[in-house]
Unconditional design. Structure first.
Length: 374
């Protein structure tokens, strides 16, 4: 009779362990698709938001490649993956945590930047420059990988005896170092990659929501309709709901790995512990937490883009292949069709001053679909 743990081992966890390559396309495609949307579709985002989200997509994709493609796939598809030897045993840890640091802190800096632009008038010009944003993203990535350098020494390569069809062989294996140094580094890394970012994201999203609520009370609904032509109360409510969704999703998907990883590397950090024994609840919980973290890297980029109303409209139009008709008036405006009065009006002899009219001829624009070439 199978126990609950045996069912877990023979179920979906066993499947993902034996077929990890089936997860990679599903994990990477949302980032690539959303990257295409904000780079090549008119989603109404600012230049700084596009830069932050593009950098976030790149680092999330790097994390998925390091963890799923190189770590999981090579572990179960090859007898001796390359990163079980020096110096790749330490380099893999640096690359994984460098990408994880970068992803978490890009989200934090992007949230802080949105709050500063919204609440501080003087910060608008300083923080909305594309050059400043690019330098900020580069600095985050470089500092994140520098901070991840100590992770290269929490693992060690030791020979391990394994039984194969051909007999017993001794192969080098990369595993955690049983030392106080490893435990301390794991706790510091967990707080810097998950604990502190979670607190900052929740705090600044709450401040943004408070600022929006406070700003909406400065005018009555009739005054807001006159100024903006829309119901601001409903718009603020939707924005607060989206900000809350982003914060909750970030916490729910990141916090479990923060907890289980600290438990594994503190209470079970010894050579006799079998990480593949799913009769232990900590192994099941740790794998579920790792999957949630991978899901966070998959949906993080899309989640922050969905906050934009224009992005949601453009996404719906692209997925449904909606026909887009381009109005003649907007086309004329975009191509600067104007009537110029070149000469100045002379009050003394108005008849002597000619008036030149310049018109621009435009071709007819027909409706076309996103799925068909015009």
């Amino acid at each position: 009779m199978l126990t609950c743990a045996d069912e877990w081992n023979n179920g979906w966890i066993h499947y993902f362990h034996r077929r990890p390559e089936s997860v990679l396309p599903t994990a990477v495609h949302p980032n690539l698709f959303t990257f295409y949307m904000i780079r090549f579709r008119k989603c109404g985002m600012s230049a700084t938001a596009v830069i932050y989200l593009s950098c976030l997509a790149i680092m999330d994709t790097c994390y998925l490649v390091w963890v799923i493609l190189l770590d999981l796939c090579l572990t179960f598809l090859q007898l001796q993956p390359f990163w079980h030897s020096h110096p790749w045993c330490g380099i893999m840890g640096i690359l994984q945590y460098g990408a994880l640091y970068s992803s978490s802190w890009i989200v934090v800096v992007f949230t802080i930047e949105r709050y500063l632009v919204l609440s501080v008038t003087a910060a608008t010009q300083r923080f909305t420059r594309p050059r400043t944003t690019v330098l900020t993203c580069v600095a985050i990535v470089v500092v994140s990988h520098l901070v991840s350098l100590p992770m290269g020494w929490i693992n060690e390569v030791t020979p391990v005896n394994q039984t194969l069809d051909t007999g017993n062989v001794t192969l080098p294996r990369c595993h955690y170092r049983e030392a106080v140094y490893s435990t301390v580094i794991v706790w510091v890394t967990s707080f810097l990659s998950a604990g502190v970012p979670i607190v900052l994201v929740i705090s600044y999203n709450s401040l943004i929501a408070y600022h929006l609520c406070r700003s909406s009370r400065l005018f009555t609904q009739e005054e807001w309709r006159t100024i903006r032509g829309s119901n601001t109360q409903g718009m603020v409510r939707r924005t607060i709901i989206l900000l809350g969704t982003v914060s909750v999703a970030f916490v729910v998907l990141s916090l479990p790995r923060f907890v289980t990883y600290c438990i594994l590397r503190t209470q079970y950090n010894h050579n006799d512990f079998d990480r593949n024994d799913y009769a232990l609840a900590i192994n099941v919980a740790s794998d579920v937490a790792n999957m949630l973290q991978n899901l966070n890297s998959t949906t993080n980029f899309l989640l922050y883009c969905v906050v934009s109303r224009r992005f949601r409209q453009e996404l719906l139009g692209t997925l449904t292949c909606r026909v887009k008709a381009q109005e003649l008036s907007s086309f004329i405006t975009q191509n600067t069709m104007k009537v110029f009065a070149v000469a100045h009006h002379n009050s003394r002899s108005p008849a002597r001053e000619p008036i030149h009219v310049v018109l621009t001829e435009h071709k007819r624009i027909e409706s076309f679909s996103h799925c068909e070439r015009p």
